[in-house]
Design a protein around this ligand. Structure first.
Ligand code: 5RP
Length: 228
């Protein structure tokens, strides 16, 4: 799929997702390019239908963008519940386990996701795979991250520090670094997630396991809604 086609699919699925938004909802707003289209469509619905929506952003970028379109946002700690979170994903396998964090926002995305009543992922069809093989992001504390990198290397997990566009290591909204694991295939995501959860210095990994409720996959001939 070329990037123009993929952009079109992302735009369509963003529009499709906001059909699930109801007046009065507290809505988790994910991060990434697909979510930017969703936020565009959401702001249109809010303007045209006068919906009362509070958005809970999962990154500084999403917060700035939503607010620039007039969407009211609140910090995750300022709401008592989140009805639904709509987010993108980098890959989803046949058991609906996902990898997120291609945009370096998976820590905040996971915090919002686990505090949401329901989670919806919206993706173009290229993101649906049999087995996960997208570089797995780890958000890591800068202190000791060189030692952590070496440990991951010794474990055969193919770590690589993510670089920022301006040179140097990329820093997340929380001031951490990202190490991506270039694994050829993740055959046992639950076991890998447990191993990474137990490693000091890793704040959060990008495996989102048993989190999603609904997936909307955009195909060239229209959307497919999957209840996970
Ligand atoms: C950001 C994410 C994104 O949801 C994921 O990277 C998908 O992004 P895009 O919609 O740009 O393809 O997890 O951390």
């Amino acid at each position: 799929m070329n990037s123009a086609d993929q952009r079109e699919l992302k735009k369509h699925v963003g529009k499709e997702a906001v059909k699930h938004v109801k007046d009065g909802m507290v809505l988790g707003l994910g991060s990434g390019t697909t979510i930017k289209y969703m936020v565009d469509a959401l702001s249109e619905r809010i303007k045209n239908e006068g919906l009362d929506i509070i958005g809970v952003p999962t990154s500084n970028k999403t917060k700035r963008y939503a607010e620039s379109l007039g969407i009211t946002t609140k910090d995750v700690d300022k709401v008592d519940h989140i009805d639904l979170t709509i987010d993108g994903a980098d890959q989803i396998d046949k058991n609906f386990q996902g990898i997120k964090g291609g945009g370096a926002a998976h820590l905040m995305e996971k915090i919002v996701a686990i505090n949401s009543d329901r989670n919806m992922w919206i993706v173009d069809e290229s993101k649906m795979v049999k087995k996960l093989n997208y570089p797995l992001p780890l958000e890591v504390i800068p202190y000791g991250s060189g030692q952590l990198y070496r440990r991951l290397n010794r474990m055969g997990l193919h770590p690589k520090f993510r670089q920022s566009g301006h040179g140097g290591k990329l820093t997340t909204d929380s001031g951490d670094y990202i190490i991506d694991l270039g694994l050829p295939e993740i055959t046992t995501p639950v076991q890998l997630g447990e191993k990474l959860d137990s490693m000091t210095g890793i704040v959060e990994h990008g495996l989102f396991l048993n989190i999603v409720n609904t997936i909307i996959v955009e195909h060239a001939d229209g959307p497919e809604t999957i209840e996970a």
